[in-house]
Design a protein around this ligand. Structure first.
Ligand code: HGY
Ligand code: MN
Ligand code: MN
Length: 397
C-alpha cells in the first residue's frame, strides 16, 4: 500500500486551519462550535472523495465506511478550549490517508472515524461513550457544559444531514494513533509507543455554598467563605491522597468558578471540578471515599453546604493482545530498537471502543511532553513514521 506522507501532512494542516488560534500551531475547536462543525463537514467531504460512505450518527460521530466488514481507524477532531493541532486530529487524518490509499490500490477495506466531544465539553469521552453504549443518549442529552448549555441543544444545531446509526459489527477491530501527550518517548529517544493499557478516570463537579457578605465589615469568625473552604479542602486532599496513591496517580482541580469573584466580597459559592486518574480501579474508589469524607469534614468545619454531582468515569482498559503484537511487529520492522511498550496516562476513545471491538493504540513523541496547550507539537519525521507503522499494522491485520 503506497501511503502519501505529503497528502497526509497537507490534510493535517488543513484540519488545523479550522480554529487555528494564531498562537503557534494551536487550535480552538471545541465540540459543536461553529468551526468544529465546519471541520466535520470538510472531513466528511474528504472521506467522500476517498470513496468512503459518509455517515453521521445522532451525536455527531462521523464515520467514513469502507464496506461490510472493515478495520476502523481514527480518533477525535474536537479540541480542548486551548488545544494543540495534533491531539486527536493526527489519528483521524492518519486513518483517512490509510483508508484512501487502500481504496486506491484495491487493498483491504478500511474505515475511518472522528468521534465527537472526546475532550469532554459535556461528558468524559462523550461521542464514543454513546456509540459504544456506555452512556445512553437520553442521559447524554441532559449533560451540561461549563456555560450551562445542554448537549441536546448543542447537537440539535449541527444540521449535519441524515443521521444513521453505525452498528459495531461492521468492524473487525479498531486502531488509534495519537501523540503521547507526556514526556516518556521524548525523553527516552524512542520514536514509537505501543500502548498496553489506558488509565482509568473519575471526574466530579463539586459546589461549596457558604455566605456571600461584605469583605470589610464581616469579622473573620462570622464568615462562611467558600473559597477558604476550597483552600482547606485542597490541602487536606493532598495530605490524605498521599496515603493511598502511587507515583503515577494524578489528580487535578482544573476548573474553579468563584462567586461573585469580586475583591470586596466574601465568596458565597465556589463550583469546581476534581479529576483523578489511576491504572487501578480499587485505588480510584479509595480516592473517591477519601474525597467524600473530606467533603463532610469541610462542611462541618466551615459551616457550608457541599453538593457533589454524579461522579463520571471510565475504568482502566487493556488493549487487545493481538493488536499490540501486530503494532509491535510493525514498529520493530520500521523503527528497530526505537520503540517501547507503555501505558497511556491520557484517555482515548480506544478506552471505550475496546469494549465492543478488539482495539490497539500507537503513540508518537510529544516535543517536551506538552499537550492540552497551544504549543503542543511533534517532529514531522515522527508523524510520518507513526503513519507508516500504523499502515503496516493495518495491512497485517
Ligand atoms: O483528558 C484526556 O485524557 C483526553 O485528552 N480527553
Ligand atoms: Mn486526544
Ligand atoms: Mn485531549
Amino acid at each position: 500500500m503506497t501511503i502519501s506522507p505529503k497528502r497526509f501532512l497537507a490534510d493535517l494542516h488543513t484540519l488545523r486551519s479550522f480554529g487555528a488560534s494564531g498562537v503557534g500551531k494551536g487550535v480552538v475547536r471545541p465540540a459543536y462550535s461553529a468551526v468544529e462543525i465546519a471541520s466535520r463537514r470538510w472531513l466528511a467531504g474528504r472521506m467522500q472523495e476517498a470513496g468512503l460512505e459518509v455517515r453521521f450518527d445522532a451525536l455527531g460521530n462521523l464515520f467514513g465506511l469502507a464496506g461490510e466488514k472493515s478495520l476502523l481507524i481514527g480518533s477525535h477532531s474536537d479540541s480542548q478550549p486551548e488545544g494543540g493541532w495534533l491531539d486527536g486530529a493526527l489519528g483521524v487524518i492518519a486513518g483517512l490517508e490509510i483508508a484512501r490509499a487502500s481504496k486506491e490500490e484495491g487493498g483491504p477495506p478500511i474505515s475511518v472515524v472522528s468521534f465527537q466531544d472526546e475532550e469532554g465539553r459535556f461528558g468524559v469521552l462523550t461521542g464514543s461513550d454513546v456509540w459504544t453504549g456506555r452512556l445512553p443518549m437520553s442521559e447524554a442529552d441532559g449533560l451540561l457544559d461549563s456555560g450551562g448549555q445542554t448537549l441536546r441543544s448543542a447537537r440539535e444545531r449541527m444540521k449535519l444531514g441524515a443521521e444513521r446509526s453505525v452498528p459495531h459489527d461492521l468492524f473487525s477491530g479498531y486502531l488509534e494513533m495519537h501523540i503521547e501527550q507526556g514526556p516518556v518517548l521524548d525523553s527516552s529517544g524512542d520514536r514509537i509507543g505501543v500502548v498496553t493499557d489506558i488509565v482509568g478516570i473519575r471526574n466530579v463537579q463539586i459546589t461549596f455554598t457558604g455566605r456571600q457578605n461584605h469583605a470589610g465589615t464581616t469579622p473573620m469568625y462570622l464568615r462562611k467563605d467558600a473559597f477558604q473552604a476550597l483552600s482547606a479542602f485542597n490541602t487536606r486532599l493532598n495530605e490524605r491522597f498521599s496515603e493511598v496513591v502511587t507515583p503515577t496517580t494524578v489528580w487535578t482541580i482544573g476548573h474553579v468558578d468563584v462567586h461573585p469573584n469580586a475583591s470586596s466580597v466574601v465568596p458565597g459559592k465556589v463550583v469546581f471540578t476534581l479529576q483523578w486518574r489511576d491504572a487501578d480501579k480499587e485505588r480510584l474508589s479509595d480516592m473517591e471515599r477519601i474525597l467524600r469524607q473530606i467533603c463532610n469534614e469541610i462542611a462541618g468545619d466551615f459551616g457550608i453546604v457541599v453538593d457533589l454531582e454524579a461522579v463520571m468515569g471510565i475504568d482502566p482498559t487493556a488493549m487487545d493482545a493481538r493488536m499490540q503484537q501486530t503494532l509491535e511487529t510493525a514498529a520493530e520492522e520500521l523503527a528497530p530498537g526505537q520503540w517501547r511498550k507503555m501505558p497511556s496516562g491520557a484517555l482515548h476513545d480506544a478506552s471505550n471502543v475496546a469494549n465492543v471491538v478488539p482495539s490497539g493504540m500507537l503513540f508518537v513523541p510529544s516535543i517536551g511532553g506538552i499537550s492540552h496547550a497551544f504549543d503542543e507539537d511533534t517532529d514531522e519525521e515522527d508523524l510520518i513514521l507513526g503513519l507508516e507503522v500504523l499502515a503496516q499494522a493495518a495491512l497485517s491485520l
